[in-house]
Write a protein that binds this ligand. Sequence first.
Ligand code: ATP
Ligand code: MG
Length: 757
Amino acid sequence: MQSDILTGLNPAQRQAVEQTNGALMVIAGAGSGKTRVLTYRIAYLIQQGIDPFNILALTFTNKAAKEMKERIALIVGQENARNIWMGTFHSVFAKILRFEAEKINYPSNFTIYDSADSKSLLNTIIKELQLDDKVYKVSIVQSRISGAKNNLISPKQYLENVDIQADDRAAGRPKLGAIYQEYWQRCFKAGAMDFDDLLFKTNILLRDFPETLLKYQDRFRYILVDEYQDTNHAQYLIVKKLAARFQNLCVVGDDAQSIYAFRGANIQNILNFRKDYPDYSLIKLEQNYRSTQTIVNAANSVISNNRDQIKKEVWTENDQGDRIKIFKANSDNEEGMFVAQSIFELQHQHHSTFNDFAILYRTNAQSRALEEALRKINIPYKIYGGLSFYQRKEIKDLLAYFRLTSNPNDEEAFKRIINYPARGIGKTTMDKLTLAANENDTSLWEVANSPGQYNCNINAGTRAKIESFTTMIKSLRSELHKEDAYLMAEKIAKSSGLLKELYNDKTPEGVARYENVQELLNGIKEFAETQKEQDAEAAPKLEDFLLDVALLTDADQDNEDEERVSLMTIHASKGLEFPYIFIVGMEENLFPSQMSVNSRSDLEEERRLFYVAITRAKQKATLSYATSRFRWGNLIYSEPSRFLDELDDKYVDWPVQMQRTQVTEKRTGGAIFTKKINPPKPKNLKKIPRPSAGNPDQRDYANVEDIRIGIQVEHGTFGKGKVVAIDGVEPNLKATVYFPAVGQKQLLLRFAKLRVI
Ligand code: ATP
Ligand code: MG
C-alpha cells in the first residue's frame, strides 16, 4: 500500500513526502506537483499512523481542500480523510473562533460580514461623520482598513502611529483612523466579523490565551500550507505560532506566482522561513507535468523579465505542443466572437467537453462581451466571481433573515430586512432607531425591542409594526436550535413573507427570483443531507449552513455535473488547470493594468499574473487583444500588451494583421518603459493561410456576401454541408448549415471560414 502511493512521485517529490518531521519548504514552478506533494504527504502521514485530527492543511480555496480530501480518501479511506482539518485559512479559523469566541468577548454565533456588508457599514459611518464620500471613497477606506488588519494594527495603534497618521493627512484623509475605530466598534456591537477579522481575532486569541495556543499547538502537530507565497502577515503569524511547538511544518509555493500583494500578501514570508526555522530543508521541483513544452518555455521566457525572483529551471518531458496563438480583434465584441467560435471548433475537433476550457481575464468587467458571444452560439458557461448566486438580492435578503434569527444584533442584516417585505417602517423611523442605538451604544435590535425606553419618539402605529417584526424574529429564534436546517430555512422564508412577496411578482424577473430562493432552499436540503451522509449522528442546523455559505470562495461555487466553459479572473484561476486556456484583453493599460505601469514592483506583479495565466494551460494557450473596447462607458483605443512582446517568438504564432507600432516611451517616476511590438515574423507568416490560386487547400475563404441559402459550402471541421438559413445583421450574420456528417450547426459567418463549392 505504502509503496503504491510513492510510485506516483518523482524522487524530489518523494523526498518532500517522506521527510515528515521538521520544517520543509518546497519552492517550485507552476505545474510541478506542489499540490500533489501536499496531498500525498497527508495520505502518507496517515499511513504512518498519524491521527488525522492532528493534521492541519491550509489551501487556497475550499474547492481545493475538497478535491484533496477526495484523493486522500481513495488512499486512506473516507473516515480518515474526513477528520483532517483542511480548508482555507478563513474557514478553518472561523470554525475555531466559533468554539473560542467567548474568550474574546464575541458571541459564538457571530455573523461574518462579506465585502458588501462592510461597504454598507462604512458608507453609513462616512455619512454619520459627515465626511465627503468622494474623498473618503468607500473602496479606499475599506482597503486601508483591511491593510491595517492584515498587519495586525488595531484602531488604537492606528491612531497612535505617527507615520500612519502622517500618511493619511498627506493623502487628504485625516479621519481614516476615526472611521476605522467606529467601524471596529460597530462590528463588535453587531457581533460581526469581516474576513480580515477572522485572521486578526485568531491572532489575538493565540496571543492572549496561552492555554488556548497550547491546545491548538498540541492538536495541529503537522501543518501544511499550499500557495505559501500568497499568505499575508496575519496568516504567517498564525502558522508560526501554531507550528512553534512541534515545528512539523511543510509549506509549498512559487514566488513567481505571488499575485496578492495588493491584498497584503507578503513574499517576505518565503524569505523569513529560513530565519524562523534555521534547520529547515528546501526542496525544489523542476519538472512540470501539466503543460506542453511550448507553454512551459513560453512562460519561462515571460517570467525571466522579472528581476526579483528565485532562480528555477522549469522543464517538461511532455509533448512540444502547438504554438501559442495570438488573435487581434477590432473590438471587444469581435474578441468575444473569436473566442466563442474557437471553443466551438476545438471542442468538435478534439471531442472534448466544455469543462476543458477556461477564459481568463484581468478584470471582471471583461466578461460581458464574452458572455454575449458564448450565448449567441449556445455554449454553456459558468462565471466565477462577479455577481455570484449568493450575491443576488433575493438570496442576500433571505440570508439576512437567517442571520438575524441567529444573531439579532447583526446590524447589516437588520437594516436590510426591517422593511422588506414592506411593513411600513420607513427611513425616518430607521434614522430614529439608529440615532438611539448610537447614542446609547447599543444595537438596533435592542432599541427596536423597546423604542419607548430609548425615547425614540416613534408613534404608536409604527411601534406596533416594529413589535410585530421583533416578535416574529423572537419566535423564529426559539426554534432555531431545535429544527433541522432545511425546515428552519423554509419556516423563515414563509413567516418573513419573503416567499409570498416573490411569488406574487409575476414578471419574468420576479419568477426568476422566486426560483432562486427555491434553489437556495434546495441547496440547504442538500447541505443537510451531505452532512448526514458523512456522519449519521450529525444534526445540521441552519447556523452550520450559514457558516459554510459565508466562507465560500469564488472557485467553490461550482456544480461539477454540468459541462460548461469556465470564465474567471486570472486571480481566481490560481492552482487550477485546464486543457485549453484563452487569455483575453492582452492590452496595455488593461493587462498590465493602468495602475501598475508606474512602478517596477507593481509591474512585476502583473507579469507574475501573466505567468499564472499561461501556466494554467495543459495543451493549448490562446491570447487575444482588441484594438478598441468599451471601458467605463467609453470607446477606448488600445495597444497590444507589452507582455506579448516578451514571449519568445519561437513559441508564438503572431497574427497576420499585427503591424509594427511606433516606439512609445512612458516616463514613469524615473523609470522608462520602452514599448515595441514585434512585426509579424516572416517564418510564422507562412503558417497563416493566404489566398493562392491553384492549390484547393489554400483557396481564400468565401466572403460573407457569397453565402446564400441553398448553396453548398465546406467547413474545415464539419466537412461539406448546405446553407439552410441566414439570420442576424452584419457584422453578426449567422448561417445555419446542415452538415450530413455532424448535423445542423449555426455558424457566425465572420469566423466560420466557409468555402463555396
Ligand atoms: P501550481 O503552481 O499551478 O499550483 P502545482 O505545482 O501545485 O501547480 P500540481 O497541480 O500539483 O502542480 O500538479 C500539476 C499536474 O501535474 C497535476 O495534474 C498533477 O496530477 C500532475 N503531476 C504532478 N506530479 C506528477 C507525477 N510525478 N506524475 C504524474 N503526474 C504528476
Ligand atoms: Mg498547486
